[in-house]
Ligand binder design. Structure first.
Ligand code: ADP
Ligand code: ZN
Ligand code: ZN
Length: 744
């Protein structure tokens, strides 16, 4: 007898309106089971879906058949045109209902196909290996586990490392822990940099591991490659948890791992063996059967939002997952995203939604204070000043005392543009509407958008002039300049200064970043120059001076989130200074900002480290301008051979909106749902800021709506229009919807 099987596969151009595909099999498999199925000429991975048909109708498994019973409500099925599955994948438990629901929610919310969402959420090797290969891998994993003693069960109870227990929590930390224990959350832990947030995570993780048998915990960080320290801290803290087992109790999940490592971590997590999962945004989709706690560190960080394919927000999904499972979620930050902040306010004037519980830890550990902020007005400086005399003097003083200095400049390379003084030629990229950046180190011009690399021409390609010069400044040039400006300065030992640059270029090789960070931690580096990479999260102990060189461009960006991001970046950077209160000069640590707009409210708030009033001001502006979190947005981007075609495609699609809205209201006629009164506003299509990348023209259209539900419903229907329309616009190569876009 054969039965039909609904299976999710990742089809190219798989419309979000098409559901799972139907295959046949000689028995019924439970939803969540992994199978291999034929697809065209290929054989691919599939996930058995609930055995009721249709996408978005399967909201709960109540309707699905009892899969472990042979008395199925589905009639025996004679396959006509339906292909049988190739094989079952044995040895891996089916993904559970909560996981399937998470995928269903994410696919619906982010307007992607279920199949794409589901398959991409798995470890890549699960889809790349066939069932025999997977079986072999499983066997190998089991052998590994067996070879070490597996008496882990009571290791948990004394899993906390001794030295950490000697550390007394501060009053604020104790209060915070008590509240986390007592309330259901979700929590927004708003704590200064260095207030001991990580210590809270460690303690609460220990407590959950102790009280909940077999519990698993997900800890997310924005970029795990940048924070090997956190991994270390967890591994040290829970050392005895590791000791007794096969080394699978704490696993990482991030894109820096090999496919084999990722599969191993995925299997350890899915099987329940991994108790602590440390991961970047992708880990939100891990199958974690006994998940009991989710922590999202630096919750404001934009890298929680996936910027291609299914553009999900891992932070928002963490909150969803927490609610779905009835478990606690802790979002932590010194500068929460304004969305989260808004959700943590309950203000009598009706501002805020009180959806999150706010926990405050304003003080830094050991009474270390935040560095004092000095604003240097560049208008008062001689023209062309790069490092003001005052700043140079302050830096000199610090390094002479063997304290460390961090210089932040958010632009890598030597100079953003190369330029001919004779004819005005600039190093434009021939494929993109952007300049190629001059990298002096290997004398190349690199386009940071399409990646094309070329040797720097010796003569101007346009007029032959030999006098081509760099315009503007990047990290490479700062490194060089600072080296020469401070060439006479010595460390206390009389040795020359060590200046180290850390950015995407200096850390391209695997392991290089960790290697360089280790140099900073060991104290061997005097001055660290870098991009935002070095501003985030690192627990540098000897830095007492931080300088931000040209932060001004963000003040006038067309993206309404730019000020929020700049404030957070500068505050994070400042947080790198004076972290060790036992250090002699920690209390006199400094943050220097060189700007042409010292009077700007953002800098004025920063001087006081007054996130609260900055956030309040920003939220007032957002409310007035009707921007998120007071409205909901989606962005649709289209790529085409010409800009006109990309825009015409979007604008034509826009015309159908009236008719779609009418359809929605018709469909729900008789319903009194309040969201039906809202109407999405579609703005005219415009070229994207970098409108051409690798010879492809890019346009976008913003959609705004006061109701999330209406926006969702609208997008779902509008997709069909867009799909149909694409057939008429042959030049349109791609289009995609970005729900809750972060970059506009
Ligand atoms: P955050 O995550 O808020 O930046 P951390 O948890 O990293 O702060 O704490 C900053 C530093 O203070 C760390 O080196 C940590 O070990 C130390 N620390 C944390 N809590 C305490 C405490 N209660 N007593 C002493 N030191 C602490
Ligand atoms: Zn020229
Ligand atoms: Zn380019």
């Amino acid at each position: 007898m054969t039965y039909p099987l609904f299976v999710l596969v990742n089809l190219p151009k798989y419309s979000n309106l098409s559901g799972p595909l139907t295959y046949s099999h000689d028995k019924i498999l439970p939803a969540g089971a992994l199978v291999r199925v034929p697809l065209g000429k290929r054989e691919v991975l599939g996930i058995v879906w609930h055995q009721t048909s249709g996408l978005n109708q399967v909201k709960s498994s109540e309707k699905s058949i009892p899969t472990d019973s042979t008395e199925s409500t589905t009639p025996p099925y004679s396959a006509l045109n339906i292909k049988p599955i190739t094989s079952e994948i044995n040895g891996i438990d089916p993904l559970n209902k909560q996981w399937l629901d998470l995928i269903d929610f994410a696919a619906t919310y982010y307007q992607r196909s279920l199949g794409e969402m589901a398959i991409q959420a798995l470890a890549p090797q699960l889809r790349d290996l066939d069932s025999t290969q997977i079986a072999r891998r499983l066997k190998k994993n089991i052998r590994k586990t067996d070879s070490k003693s597996a008496a882990a069960s009571d290791a948990i109870s004394n899993s906390e490392h001794k030295s950490s227990l000697e550390l007394n929590l501060t009053k604020e930390q104790e209060q915070t822990l008590t509240e986390i224990e007592a309330f259901p959350g979700p929590f927004l832990l708003w704590g200064s940099t260095g207030s001991g947030k990580t210590e809270i995570y460690l303690r609460y993780v220990a407590s959950v591991l102790k009280t909940e048998i077999n519990s698993q915990i997900l800890v997310m960080v924005p970029e795990i490659n940048l924070t090997p320290q956190l991994e270390d801290r967890f591994k040290r803290r829970f050392a005895s948890l590791l000791k007794n087992n096969a080394g699978q109790e704490i696993v990482s999940m991030h894109s820096g791992m090999t496919a084999a490592q990722r599969l191993q971590a995925w299997l350890a997590t899915h099987s329940g063996q991994a108790r602590i999962i440390l991961g970047t945004r992708m880990s939100i989709f891990a199958s974690i059967p006994n998940l009991k706690l989710i922590i999202v560190d630096e919750e404001h960080d934009p890298s929680y939002k996936q910027q291609e394919g299914a553009r999900y927000s891992a932070r928002d999904l963490a909150v969803y997952r927490g609610k779905q499972l009835g478990i606690k979620v802790i979002l932590g930050s010194a500068t929460p995203s304004l969305e989260s902040w808004h959700h943590a306010q309950k203000d009598p004037q009706g501002v805020g939604t009180a959806r999150y519980q706010l926990l405050k830890m304003p003080s830094r550990i050991g009474h270390a204070s935040m560095p004092k902020v000095h604003l240097i007005d560049l208008n008062q400086q001689p023209r062309g000043t790069v490092f003001s005399a005052q700043l140079l003097e302050a830096i000199t003083l610090r390094v002479q005392r063997d304290e460390q200095v961090l210089v932040l400049l958010n632009r890598r390379g030597y100079a953003p543009v190369l330029h001919c003084q004779d004819c005005g030629w600039k190093s434009e990229c021939m494929h993109c509407s952007a300049y190629r950046v001059f990298h002096k180190i290997d004398r190349t011009l690199r386009c940071h958008h399409c990646g094309i690399v070329e040797r720097v021409p010796q003569f101007c390609p346009q007029c032959g002039n030999a006098d081509i010069a760099p315009l503007g400044k990047g990290t490479e040039q700062m490194e060089e300049l600072l080296g020469s400006l401070l060439s006479g300065v010595r460390q206390s030992s009389g040795e020359h200064l060590n200046i180290l640059r850390i950015d995407a270029d200096s850390t391209r090789l695997k392991g290089e970043l960790n290697h360089q960070l280790a140099k900073v931690h060991s104290g061997e580096v005097n001055i660290l120059i870098g991009t935002q990479m070095i501003a985030k999260g690192h627990d540098f102990r000897k830095i007492t001076l931080v300088a931000a060189l040209y932060p001004d461009t963000a003040l006038f960006s067309s993206d309404f989130r730019a000020p929020e991001r700049l404030f957070s970046l500068l505050l994070q950077a400042a947080g790198r200074a004076g972290r060790d209160a036992t250090l002699a000069n920690a209390s006199t640590s400094e943050m220097w900002i060189q700007t042409q707009y010292p009077g700007h409210p953002l800098f004025q708030a920063l001087i006081e480290y007054d996130y609260q009033s900055f956030a309040k001001q920003q939220l007032i502006e957002r409310a007035q301008a009707h921007l998120p979190p007071f409205s909901f947005q989606a962005l649709i981007r289209a790529e085409a051979k010409t800009q006109e075609e990309a825009q015409l495609f979007l604008n034509t699609a826009k015309e159908s909106s009236v008719h779609i809205l009418k359809g929605i209201r018709g469909k729900y006629s008789g319903s009194k749902a309040s969201w039906l009164q809202f109407e999405p506003a579609l703005f005219p299509a415009i070229a994207m800021t970098v409108q051409r990348v690798a010879n492809i023209e890019r346009a976008q259209m913003l959609i705004e709506c006061d109701s999330r539900l209406m926006l969702q419903e609208f997008l779902r229907h509008w997709q069909v229009e867009l799909q149909n329309l694409q057939g008429q616009f042959k030049g349109v190569t791609r289009w995609a919807i970005d729900v809750d876009p972060l970059a506009i």
